[in-house]
Design a protein around this ligand. Sequence first.
Ligand SMILES: [Zn+2]
Ligand SMILES: [Zn+2]
Length: 305
Amino acid sequence: METASQRVKIDPMRRKPRDMNIENIMKQLVFWLVHAACFLALWTGVSWIAAIVCFLMYFIRMFAITAGYHRYFSHRTFKTSRVFQFILGFLGASSAQKGPIWWASHHRHHHQHSDTEEDVHPPRIYGVWWAHLGWVLSTQFISTRTELIKDLLKYPELRWLDRNHVVAPVALAVALYFFGSFLGANYPSLSTSGMQMLVWGFFISTTLLYHGTFTINSLAHLIGRKRFETGDDSRNSFVLALITLGEGWHNNHHRYPGSEKQGFYWWEIDISHYILKVLSWMGIVWDLRTPPKRIYEEAETSKAA
Ligand SMILES: [Zn+2]
Ligand SMILES: [Zn+2]
């Protein structure tokens, strides 16, 4: 077990390690309650419709995190309309991982200080538990690093979303409950209910989504192959890329964060990129940025080495 004195040492921000105000207590309580609520499935059972909704809620919200929070808000690797920008932000916020401005500010900081003591979640330095979950639950990173996200602060609707990020997950949970109740009442052959839909569509998919996302901070800096000499611990992993719709090509991403696609070759499966490509054909997003030729040349020489 980690003691309080050890925690002081791994405080990357050199801030007070214990700051248990109401916001922190609520954050930790809600996080573990979402996990605990998954066990309600033992009581509600499962139906094929609830399992499909669970998968869809994971898939759609993982896309919103990877394409929205990460590739758009954090790295601005493509352009879109103000309306779709908000939709990406709202869907991302429904993952219960706070708002897009907060998320992007900490992520930009991660790229500035990857795998150094300044980095918030370097697994080699502060351990895999800290990188995966410890930093999320710690009391240190409540505030937004506003100096890093001035480009996002000019949108009042994004500032509102960041301040009121709980609105999105609560709205989704309520909508899923009513959706399940509606199906249960009108289509009894589906064998579902409001509670069952809430458990599978929200609690279980949100828990899977937490840990799927967090693997990029923990495992993607530990396991897999390094194509590029990036000076950090980022790795490329096929399995992590499947779980996270393309984020597993993390060494590629650390080498060239300005690219919308993170799978640099056709065999590097990057589902978020495929979806963004389709959305670009529909005119919903545009100016998808790709890695320049010199990055591919570097990849060839480093592979040969
Ligand atoms: Zn990283
Ligand atoms: Zn990034």
